[in-house]
Design a protein around this ligand. Structure first.
Ligand code: GLU
Length: 525
């Protein structure tokens, strides 16, 4: 006996060393809708942790709750994470040694585990129908008590703890509604440790007897999650703070199965808060607050569209960089990190406990930084593709120069397209407000004179143009403002934009003269 115990300890110890070296993490979303940016952050932190530790990153689809299943959600999750550059080593598509990776495909696995708990006294059958429980709940509420199926109430309910064996067998064979519930121990302190939150203690009397298995043959999240984490040899469970209340049950389930020696380490990530800091940023906030909460556009089965960062014009690198800093910090002032860099420096020790406020302006700032870091050629390719969509075909070298001129003020590629539209087409209309305020009775004649100056300028370069224009009009005592504002109106269509001389140089003599002629005629008419 003593001898057995000795070997058992050696095996457990050896397994622990082996497991410690073998990091296996999973991202385990339920396909109940699109992935919110908090979910993407959870996937990201798992990915970074796996890469940093030469570990394995797993995608497990937790779809045991058929009532909440949403068509297209699984595909959305896979595609949107791919866009972020978050790849999996084992998943529903690639497979792996621990598959299947979709819980509905593992359905036959779970019942035997529920049975183990029934047999070893850690779970029981409960026969109260949902309607009956609703009635009881209402009764409790009328006395201002909140009902839960727990150590106290289970003594007065219809379950295998209160019924005789014959009654239980009868119920089970009559195919009536039943569930298997966890038998929460009475008045015990559960001690847990979390890599982010430290040590936590909870008294079991505050916890309810959660349903583990339903008579439709499906496990609930809790049972399936624990069984799969065990079977898939998950070493670290990194997930959102909303799962912290489930931790005592999960720890107790490991104990009930006798799997304590391989229990994963837990890390519960802090919440992502709304920009005003009041409450959790939720899926329902999408678009309402003026920014997307989803990585890519989500089209509901009913055809409604919620916007995503990708379609909004964000670079995935900027989106991911922003997410990495929501709750984690590098311990330095550096803010710009590539995914690769992050996989080298990420640690759970630098994840904070308190909620991180989502800042939509900062998110734009990240995109701005990534846009500035792109070469003019890289940007021109992106701008050209956008222009093509609008039927505008143009020369890439020309677009490169426009990118160089406009990128500093742009957050998105679409800003360059919008701000640079006049480069590709003559203004269709002129800003009425600007004309009202800035178009003077002598503007047309000044522009005709300007046209002559420009026509006479041989080398059409911005500094030469500037010199010639200045010289000509200063000698006639005409202020430069009187010339440049109407000039800009006829060329650009409005009064704002980059340097007029540079614009003139880029558009060239013929185009500029054409725009002056058309503008003067249209505006003065
Ligand atoms: N299926 C759960 C979810 O949707 C997984 C929670 C966990 O990681 O344990 O988030």
């Amino acid at each position: 006996m003593l001898y057995d115990f000795y070997w058992l300890n050696i095996i457990i110890f050896a397994k622990k060393i082996f497991m410690d070296n073998k990091v296996r993490v999973r991202f385990a979303p339920s396909p109940t809708g699109p992935l919110h940016l908090g979910g993407v952050r959870t996937a990201l932190f798992n990915y970074l942790f796996a890469k940093k530790n030469n570990g394995t990153m797993i995608l497990r689809i937790e779809d045991t709750d058929q009532t909440r299943f949403v068509a297209g959600a699984e595909e959305y999750i896979i595609e949107s994470l791919k866009w972020c550059g978050i790849n999996f080593d084992e998943d529903v598509i690639k497979g792996g040694n621990y598959g299947p990776y979709r819980q509905s495909d593992r359905k036959q696995i779970y019942k035997q585990y529920a049975d183990i708990l029934i047999e070893n006294g850690n779970a029981y059958y409960a026969f109260d129908t949902p309607d009956k429980l609703d009635l009881i709940r209402k009764e409790f509420e009328s006395q201002k008590i909140q009902f839960q199926y727990d150590v106290k109430t289970r003594k007065n309910l219809r379950n295998s703890l209160t019924l005789t064996k014959t009654e239980v067998d009868e119920f089970l064979s009559s195919e009536k509604h039943y569930v298997i519930r966890f038998k929460m121990p009475e008045n015990e302190v559960v001690r847990m440790s979390d890599l982010i939150r430290g040590n936590i203690e909870v008294n079991t009397n505050t916890l309810d007897d959660k349903v583990l298995f339903k008579s439709d043959g499906m496990p609930t999240y809790h049972l399936a999650n624990i069984v799969d984490d065990y079977l898939m040899e998950i070493s670290h469970v990194i997930r959102g703070e909303e799962w912290l209340p489930s931790l005592p049950l999960h720890v107790l389930l490991y104990r009930a199965f006798g799997w304590e020696s391989t229990i994963p380490q837990f890390a519960h990530l802090p919440l992502i808060l709304k920009p005003d800091g009041k409450g959790k940023l939720s899926k329902r906030d999408g678009d309402k607050l003026g920014f997307p909460v989803f990585p890519t556009d989500w089209k509901t089965p009913e055809g409604e569209v919620y916007s995503g960062y990708k379609e909004w014009g964000y670079f995935s690198e900027a989106f991911v960089n922003m997410l990495a800093l929501l709750g984690w910090n590098p311990g330095t002032e550096q803010e710009i990190f590539s995914l690769k860099e992050l996989t080298k420096i990420f640690t759970l020790e630098r994840v904070g406990k308190s909620g991180s406020r989502f800042d939509p302006d900062k998110t734009k700032w990240f995109n701005h930084q990534y846009l500035q870091a792109k070469s003019n050629n890289e940007l021109a390719i992106l701008v050209e593709a956008e222009l093509k969509k609008n039927g505008i075909i143009t020369d890439i070298k020309f677009v490169e120069k426009i990118c160089e001129m406009l990128k500093e003020r742009a957050n998105f590629v679409k800003d360059i397209v919008k701000e640079g539209k006049f480069f590709f087409q003559i203004p269709e209309s002129y800003d009425a407000e600007a004309i009202k305020k800035r178009w003077k009775p002598d503007s047309a004649s000044i522009l005709i004179e300007l046209k002559e100056v420009l026509a006479a300028t041989e080398v059409f370069e911005s500094n030469i143009l500037e010199n010639n224009i200045k010289q000509h009009f200063e000698s006639k005592n005409i202020g430069l403002g009187q010339v440049m504002t109407p000039f800009r109106i006829v060329v650009v269509g409005t009064t704002s934009g980059p340097s007029m001389m540079k614009i003139a140089e880029l558009l060239g003599k013929n185009e500029i003269i054409k725009r002056i002629e058309i503008g003067v005629e249209k505006i003065n008419f």
